[in-house]
Design a protein around this ligand. Structure first.
Ligand SMILES: Nc1ncnc2c1ncn2[C@@H]1O[C@H](COP(=O)(O)OP(=O)(O)OP(=O)(O)O)[C@@H](O)[C@H]1O
Ligand SMILES: [Mg+2]
Length: 233
């Protein structure tokens, strides 16, 4: 059994009379420490799958096992604890608190976690040791996204989930962010999942999952992982 098991997961959204099937009995497995890239057309169900994995949305049916625990059965406090302790989320548009400094944004997340890392140490790890006391508006887009990544990894989560983390960034900045995520997986053995529209970055991953019409139609292990800095797109 894999570290993460998505098993026959169905997600239907009801909008009045209309029912939308966002996930249609999809299954896949992810190992601990793997860097996974999820690709697929718009509307294929990528974000839905990530949100269910992160405990931010519930499945209509099926099960999602994370580290031996079925998270679809979590309720109330247990579900809150799962989101707080086990999941780090990175969004396309950073979502930083504007009137807190960079390091305070990270501290905000670590205050609610039991096994958190030292915010300053993590800020240094993402290359922002000298920008601790800057406000988000004083940082570039790439730096703000690095703060968002620091905030997510400072929680010391089991899973780092990233939904289009470079979607708002230019080419070179995006590349730096992907390199940081690859380093996290390789050097810290963190399990990292990245959703992207850019198929060309797939060689950076240990595993590539292709979504189509709510199903993971192609799950491929990559035995020839390429460092991000050597990939052109
Ligand atoms: N909260 C919601 N309510 C209703 N329908 C939703 C909701 N979230 C997603 N959907 C629908 O579910 C389907 C899958 O959406 P999802 O956001 O998972 O796609 P995606 O692969 O992430 O697409 P994109 O690449 O555009 O981000 C889409 O048809 C979408 O409209
Ligand atoms: Mg999406």
């Amino acid at each position: 059994m894999s570290y993460i098991e998505f098993q026959s997961v169905v997600k239907k959204y009801k909008m009045g009379e209309i029912e939308i099937t966002a996930l249609d009995k999809t299954s896949f497995g992810i190992e601990k420490g793997e860097l996974v890239v999820i690709v697929g057309a718009s509307g294929a169900g990528k974000t839905t799958a990530l949100n269910i994995l992160g405990g931010m949305d519930d499945a209509t049916s099926g099960s999602v096992i994370v580290d031996g625990k079925d998270i679809t059965k979590l309720k109330g406090r247990d579900l809150i604890r799962y989101r707080r302790e086990d999941i780090g989320f990175v969004f396309q548009f950073y979502n930083l608190v504007q009137n807190l400094t960079a390091v305070e944004n990270v501290e905000l997340a670590t205050q609610i976690c039991k096994h958190a890392l030292d915010p300053k140490v993590v800020m240094r790890k993402v290359g922002l040791g000298k920008r601790l006391n800057n406000f988000p508006s004083q940082l570039s887009g790439g730096e703000q996204q690095r703060v968002a990544i620091a905030r997510a990894i400072a929680k010391n989560p089991k899973l780092l989930l990233c939904d289009e983390p470079t979607g708002a960034l230019d080419y070179n900045t995006g590349k730096q962010i992907l390199k940081l995520l690859q380093d996290m997986s390789r050097k810290e053995n963190m399990t990292v999942i990245i959703i992207t529209h850019n198929q060309a970055i797939a060689p950076m991953a240990d595993k590539i999952i292709h979504f189509k019409n709510g199903v993971a139609v192609d799950i491929r292990k990559n035995d020839n992982v390429i460092p991000v800095e050597n990939i052109e797109w």
